[in-house]
Structures are given as C-alpha cells and as structure tokens.
Design a protein around this ligand. Structure first.
Ligand SMILES: Cc1cc2nc3c(=O)[nH]c(=O)nc-3n(C[C@H](O)[C@H](O)[C@H](O)COP(=O)(O)OP(=O)(O)OC[C@H]3O[C@@H](n4cnc5c(N)ncnc54)[C@H](O)[C@@H]3O)c2cc1C
Length: 378
C-alpha cells in the first residue's frame, strides 16, 4: 500500500518525536520506528538530567538547552499530566590530591553562568552525609539543574503530533529509500511512503539510513555508556541528594526513584546495535560509588547501556544535506539529546520552511553553521 504525506521521519526516539511535534503544525507527518516501542534505544536509557552547562559550558549546547528551557519549565496546556522537570542540585566533586580539574571546571562554568558556587566540607556533608574524605576539600554547586521526566516529554511530543494528524508506525524499519521526482519513497514491511521531505533521526543508525538513500554520511560514531541502579545503604534517605559528577568525568551518581543510579561515564566506540553493558564497566560503576560514599555495593538491581552518538565536533547536526534535496539530518545528540530536543524540534520546523534559526536561538548565540551538515564536509 502507498501512503503520501508531507514529511517522513525515520526514528521514533526523542529527536524524531520532538521534530514530529513541530512538523505536524506544518503538514502531515509519518514517523517510522523500527522497534515495537519508540523509546527502545538511547531515549529510554538516559540519566534524565537537565543542565544548561552540559559539556563544560559549551556555547552551542548551552544555546540549545536554553532554547528548550521555557517549554520544559512551562509546557503548553495539556502537553503532559506531569511536570517535565523536577529540581535537583548538581555537585561537582574532585579528589583532594589534585583539585586542578575542579578549579578549571569552575573557571569554564563561571564564564557562562552565575549559577556556580564553591562549597566547603560542611556544605558537602549536608548534601551527601556519606561523602568520603578525599572528596570533602571543596566542591562546586550548580543549582538550576533538574531530573527530567523523559517518558512524559517523549509521550507528550508523540501525543501532540498525533492530535494534529501525525501517524506513528512502529515495527516499521526503513528498508529501502529511493529518491523520486519531488521527494523520496521509503519502503518498510508495513507500507511504502512518498514524501517531499525525509528527516533522518535514526540515532546511532543515521549513516546507515543515509547509505540507503545514497546520501554522503556525516561520520556518526556511537559511544556506549553504562549505568547501574543499586539500593541505598539501610536507613539512609537519599531522595534529596544532588546529582554528583566527578570533575574529570570519571563517574556520576544520583537518586533515581529510591535507588542510586551510577555511571562510570564510559564512552566505548560501538557499532549501531542494541547496546548491552560490559561486566567491566558495571564493576567500575560499583567501585566508583564505593569510593565516593564508602558503601559496599552488594547487589546491582539493574544494569544497562545506551549509545551516545556524536559527529567529530560533538555538536548536533540539524539541517538539509548540502548536495541532496529534501534530505534533512537530525543527528549527533550525544549525551544531551533529551534536554535539547525541544529546541532541535523547533529548529527543524524553522529550517524546513527556509526561515533560518528561530529568533530566540539566534539571541542565545547559536549560528546555523554550528549545527549544519555542510560543516562536516569541509
Ligand atoms: C547512559 C546515558 C545517559 C544519558 N543521559 C542523558 C541526560 O542526562 N540528559 C540528556 O539530555 N541526554 C542524555 N543521554 C543522551 C540521550 O539519551 C540521547 O541524546 C537521545 O536519547 C538520542 O535520541 P535519538 O532520538 O537521537 O536516538 P534514539 O532514542 O536511539 O532513537 C533513534 C531511533 O531510530 C530508530 N531507527 C534506526 N534505524 C531505523 C530505520 N532504518 N527505520 C526506522 N527506525 C529506525 C531506532 O530504532 C531508534 O528507536 C544519555 C544517554 C545515555 C546512553
């Protein structure tokens, strides 16, 4: 059976859903997802943290987070029954043997925000009473950080898109993509679709999708990251602990629905796949938590891994392929795809209309060349 629409989006993770939400204001959207649930891959495996200083205050990522913030703090009426953000402090810690990484981080963050303050021993212990001696010399506090309700955001995007006539097709991998007069024909086991504009939001698989379409790749590199969930020590209430990150990106931990979520912040190159945790990375996660809070990890409740996909400069890619009409890249969201999905969806809708970046993102200092596909071909 053949279906016609204005836009086809390949990939039903947060990137495809955010784009579908905005594009459905402009025309008929069909979103194709290979799996039986749209959040199965990286989107369902994140740590769900919102912070505008992600990447040591990287200006491009910061603009994209700030361009998402109003929506995340005050979503439109009816978007979600639940708040999308739940405030949580962020503590950066460092071993007292070498505080240079923490001092450098302070300087980097202080250049872009006032929301960064030094804490001493007592203030660290007030927040994490179990923190061990090596990490008590000093720490950095960032306040405007939050846990995100990823499921509510993702579902809100998909529901909004459907309410405007968009269709989500699960179990529908794009298996063949052909350029036709005026657009694209995409074949899946559930049907064949013809559209003028194809949005490639296939996460770790974006270069494979480009190959099917005969479009030059952008050099996506998926990097595996692991996380575990463990029980807190008996009788210790962790609900108000901050999100704690080691200043050299060795590990982070945070409360998660009564458990402690820990990641060894691994980034191991991987092929696009259903990522699984390696025993060694799980062991590192447990070891780092033991070092930080002096607690033996006896049982790991849950462990998983996901792929954070980057291009060479670790900025996302949102824009038309330079040499192929109607092929839009929405890729490379690395470890920041949830907190930037609102802005990247709005950018997608603006660029497909030929309007350039939305005003607010320009005001936050974002340039189209920061995120274009052209930049990767220089
Ligand atoms: C451990 C971990 C922690 C993280 N923590 C955070 C965090 O705290 N905050 C944050 O903002 N981000 C975080 N991230 C990053 C964030 O999860 C990603 O940037 C985001 O989920 C990427 O979304 P996506 O839609 O591009 O990819 P995905 O969610 O992987 O979606 C891509 C989809 O495309 C589909 N697909 C692929 N090929 C085809 C095809 N041929 N046809 C149809 N469908 C196809 C796949 O099935 C998949 O569902 C974290 C990631 C990990 C792994």
């Amino acid at each position: 059976m053949d279906f016609q629409a204005d836009f086809i989006i390949i990939g039903g993770g947060i990137a495809g859903a955010g784009a579908g939400y905005e594009l459905s204001r402009l025309g008929k959207v069909i979103l194709l997802e290979a799996e039986s649930q749209p959040g199965y891959h990286t989107t369902g495996r994140s740590a769900a943290v919102y912070s505008s200083t992600y990447g040591q205050g990287d200006p491009v990522l910061r603009a994209l987070v700030l361009g998402s913030t109003d929506f995340l703090k005050n979503p439109p009426e009816g978007f979600s029954e639940h708040a999308l953000l739940h405030p949580r402090e962020h503590l950066f810690i460092c071993d007292r043997d070498d505080l240079r990484p923490l001092n450098k981080l302070h300087d980097d963050l202080a250049r872009v925000t006032d929301d960064v303050a030094w804490l001493g021993r007592e203030e660290i212990l007030e927040r994490v009473p179990l923190m061990t001696e090596p990490f008590l010399e000093k720490a950095l506090l960032e306040r405007d950080v939050a846990d995100m309700d990823v499921h509510a955001l993702h579902e809100g995007f998909l529901r909004g898109m459907r309410s405007r006539g968009g269709i989500v097709m699960t179990d529908s991998p794009a298996e063949a993509i052909e350029q036709i007069t005026g657009g694209w024909r995409v074949s899946t086991p559930t049907g064949t679709y013809e559209v003028p504009i194809l949005v490639n939001a296939a996460g770790a698989w974006v270069d494979q999708v480009a190959k099917l379409a005969g479009v030059a790749p952008i050099g996506i590199q998926p990097l595996r990251r692991t996380a575990i969930l463990v029980d807190p020590p008996e009788g210790v209430n962790i609900d108000n602990w901050p999100f704690v990150t080691e200043a050299q990106d060795k590990f982070y931990f945070k409360p998660d629905a009564g458990k402690i979520l820990v990641s060894p912040m691994d980034q191991t190159p991987s092929e696009p796949c259903d990522a699984q945790p390696e025993e060694m990375d799980v062991a590192y996660a447990a070891h780092y938590l033991e070092e930080a809070i002096g607690m033996p990890v006896r049982k790991i409740d849950h462990q998983w891994a996901g792929l954070r996909s980057h291009v060479a400069d670790h900025h996302p890619v949102a824009g038309f392929a330079p040499d192929t009409e109607g092929f839009f890249w929405l890729a490379g969201q690395g470890g920041f795809g949830i907190k930037t999905a609102v802005a990247l969806g709005r950018i997608t809708a603006s660029l497909v209309q030929g309007k350039g970046l939305p005003e607010d993102l320009l005001a936050f200092g974002l340039k189209q060349s920061d995120i274009s596909a052209e930049r990767l071909q220089k």
